[in-house]
Design a protein around this ligand. Structure first.
Ligand code: C5P
Length: 296
């Protein structure tokens, strides 16, 4: 019997995020591209003990280990809908993806919780069932079940996996403060877009030209992030000045990512962009998603 599972789960950036319209349910209709990146959280699932327990074993910033955490919400949903009862399991999170950053860390943890519990309880819920649970947990969660490069529609939850994009060396820069996703959507500063840019980016992928991809980055929410946190615009300009081929706010921000011409260039730019409480790191795009590290 399997009693212990350990997985690592990536962050994401959005090379294109188009807000098409405002929906009657309060959400926004999107056409966007998700790209997994090589920055990971790690989760462990250990059967035993008494009931559902959740522990934050490591985190760069304070993180509540209570019911407000998306890991706990995902676990409760899985227990109710798949196991149809309670279960004895400890979930331990090692957090490395910055919080409230636009990098999808909480959503990635939620998806990894569904996958980890499915494996440790040998529940075999099936892909469609996990996708539907993921969509209930948040608009970005279903993407992390597939990872790599994918297109999102609807709230962002309707995912079509694509062939992986060519490897993009990336630099991430995040100010000390986070940004609230609802605040960004509700700022009234989003630039609506008809949906053309998602397809334009897709058509460029086979060419594998980093300068062309960098020239086609687009995010409807970028003006809103600049408005709410003017420092973000300075970081975008700083990345371009330091040699990034293109730079864009990721998701609802405030992280800005730049595409660099090589991994060495990404390291050099990251070294230049750090300081003053900012996070600056070099990473790259990833053709995969959640990875199982250990199953015993
Ligand atoms: O789906 P999720 O819980 O991640 O969304 C968080 C918030 O972001 C929503 O409550 C809404 O304010 C905003 N949002 C939106 N349109 C989307 C996705 C998110 O307005 N497509």
């Amino acid at each position: 019997m399997i009693t212990q599972v350990r997985v690592k789960t990536p962050a994401k950036v959005n090379p294109v995020l188009e807000v098409l319209s405002k929906r009657p349910d309060g959400y926004h209709e999107l056409s966007l591209i998700f790209q997994a990146i090589a920055l990971f959280d790690e989760l462990e699932f250990i059967r035993g003990g008494d009931g559902l327990r959740f522990e934050v074993a490591e985190s760069p910033e304070p993180l509540a280990a209570d019911d407000s955490n998306l890991v706990v919400k995902a676990a409760r949903l899985f227990l109710k809908e798949v196991l149809q009862g309670t279960a004895d399991v400890l979930i331990r999170l090692k957090k490395r993806i910055p919080l409230a950053a636009g990098l999808g860390g909480g959503s990635s943890d939620a998806a990894a919780t569904l996958v980890g519990l499915d494996l440790v309880f040998n529940a075999m819920a099936g892909k469609d069932h996990l996708q539907s649970l993921a969509a209930q947990l948040g608009s970005d969660v279903p993407f992390f079940l597939s990872g790599g490069t994918a297109r999102g529609r609807g709230r962002g939850e309707a995912i079509t996996p694509w062939e992986a994009a060519p490897e993009m060396p990336l630099v991430l820069v995040k100010p000390r403060q986070g940004l609230s996703t609802p605040a960004v959507y509700q700022s009234g500063k989003a630039e609506f877009s008809p949906g053309q840019r998602t397809g334009d980016f897709q058509k460029l992928l086979p060419e594998k030209s980093l300068p062309k991809l960098a020239g086609s980055l687009f995010n409807s929410l970028q003006p809103a992030a600049f408005y709410l946190m003017p420092e973000v615009e300075k970081l975008r300009d700083g990345l371009l000045k330091a040699g990034a081929l293109g730079a864009l706010v990721s998701g609802s921000g405030p992280t800005v990512f730049g595409i660099a011409e090589s991994r060495e260039a990404a390291e050099r730019i990251a070294a230049q962009m750090g300081g003053e409480g900012r996070m600056a790191l070099a990473t790259h795009s990833l053709g995969s998603g959640i990875q199982v590290l250990e199953r015993q």
